[in-house]
Design a protein around this ligand. Structure first.
Ligand code: HEC
Ligand code: HEC
Length: 382
């Protein structure tokens, strides 16, 4: 077992312990209580990466800087664009040139609150996530030592790293810390979210339809069973039977990435050659009971982050609600928690209206920073 897996399993165990929190909402006919939705607290800040304005400014520049990547094509921002809900608005994300990705690009908005990142929860911190993005072959595809050398040739960065981290030269480890600190500023603003305003005392912030939707969410529709707590995610894993994206049946580039991911993640020869299903959590645990399970995503900011699900199969919240109303899909390990709901058309509308009230009134946009240029280094030869 790798140390990453050990850490990860510890995190799961901690998650399990949290489920027993009482005082949450109960679903009619079920004894379980769930942590209620509510305004988000400030994001947790790791002790070994404290926040500072200089650090988040540096992280912002690096998030935009294509010199963190293989060629000049793939900085973080191309797959996490502010104007596309900090995702890439495609079903399956674009990939590094010559490749495609194999999953929907997740939003970076509120990623600061997860302790399991990626659709199968394979890393436990933003600091740990950034290298797999900048260096991963179908994302940034950058070589860390080469990227570090590039940063040394940008005098403004040399100054920034000295100021923020006290080092004489930029180091990739610190670059990832700065990016993580910047991501911790990309969070929902409670003043702009109708649901949060309502919870903070403005009883007019939700209209009648949204209030009916909230009752459905916490009751008949059962969404609270998994999308719970302030983030609207329990950070656990379930198989819903989300339909596979057809591109994997017909497009060689997608099939190549799918099989290559299987190879990277060390699945058996048969699955590797016959790849036709995203195995989700199974890649981490190699437990057949985890095939097809994905981490519950937050339901905040959905107004800006379509399409939805790990393979971007649904474009609208109406489609998502229809999917749940039918009892989800079919497939291995399908959870018993998702079953036909019997929602009427007006109820479906109310539920969608409530989901929209979990997004800010306006999208969180951001100007691109001005990126500092390379400069030649003075050589010792006269
Ligand atoms: C080529 C596109 C691409 C690039 C470049 C890219 N990402 Fe991503 N990002 C994705 C995709 C796709 C996912 C989901 C991948 C998965 O689950 O396997 C993702 C997931 C994430 C997540 C996890 C969010 C969550 O809810 O768990 C974070 C955080 C993130 N990316 C940050 C970054 C940062 C920081 C960079 C730059 C260092 C970056 N990304 C570069 C496509 C990209
Ligand atoms: C059994 C746990 C569970 C229940 C109950 C549940 N969900 Fe989900 N939800 C998930 C998981 C897991 C995913 C990710 C699935 C995937 O991508 O394959 C998801 C994904 C979503 C997404 C896509 C979000 C995104 O960013 O792509 C939406 C929207 C959503 N659920 C809404 C709802 C609504 C509305 C309800 C109630 C009708 C509901 N969910 C009930 C676990 C659950």
């Amino acid at each position: 077992m790798t140390s990453r897996t050990t850490k990860y399993l510890t995190a799961i165990a901690a998650g399990v312990a949290l489920v027993s929190i009482t005082g949450g909402l109960a679903i009619a006919g079920s004894k379980a209580a769930f942590p209620p939705l509510g305004p988000l607290p400030p994001p947790p800040i790791p002790k070994d990466n404290p926040m500072s304005a200089a650090k988040t400014e540096l992280g912002k520049k690096l998030f935009w800087d294509s010199r963190l990547g293989g060629d000049a094509s793939s900085p973080c921002v191309v797959c996490h664009e502010p104007s596309k809900g900090w995702g890439d608005a495609g079903e399956i994300s674009r990939g590094y040139p010559g490749t495609t990705h194999w999953r929907n690009s997740q939003t970076v908005l509120n990623s600061a609150y997860y302790n399991k990142l990626f659709w199968e929860g394979s890393v436990t911190s933003l600091e740990g996530q950034a290298p797999s993005a900048a260096e991963g072959n179908v994302a940034g595809n950058g070589d860390p030592s080469l990227m570090e050398m590039r940063l040394r040739f940008i005098p403004e960065y040399v100054k920034d790293f000295k100021q923020v981290f006290g080092s004489d030269w930029p180091r990739m480890f610190n670059a990832y810390q700065a990016i993580a600190a910047f991501e911790r500023t990309i969070v929902s603003d409670a003043k702009q979210v109708p649901f949060d305003r309502y919870m903070n005392g403005d009883k007019k912030a939700l209209n009648a339809s949204q209030l009916r939707g909230m009752s459905l969410y916490n009751g008949k529709a059962g969404c609270i069973q998994c999308h719970n707590g302030p983030l609207a995610s329990d950070q656990k894993f379930y198989a819903l039977g989300v339909p596979e994206n057809e591109v994997f049946k017909s497009e060689p580039l997608y099939q190549i990435t799918h099989r290559w991911e299987h190879y990277q993640k060390g699945v058996d020869e048969k699955s590797y050659r016959g790849a036709d299903l995203d195995l989700g959590l199974y890649y981490i645990t190699k437990n057949p009971k985890d095939v097809n399970k994905f981490r519950t995503p937050s339901l905040r900011e959905l107004k800006y982050t379509a399409p939805f699900m790990h393979d971007g199969i649904f474009y609208t919240l109406d489609e998502v609600v229809d999917f749940y109303n039918k009892g989800g899909g079919a497939g291995p390990n399908k959870t018993a928690l998702v079953k036909p709901l019997g929602l009427t058309d007006p109820e479906k509308k109310d539920l969608v209206a409530f989901l929209e009230a979990l997004s800010m009134d306006k999208p969180l946009l951001m100007e691109a920073p001005k990126l500092p240029p390379y400069e030649p280094m003075k050589t010792s030869a006269k």
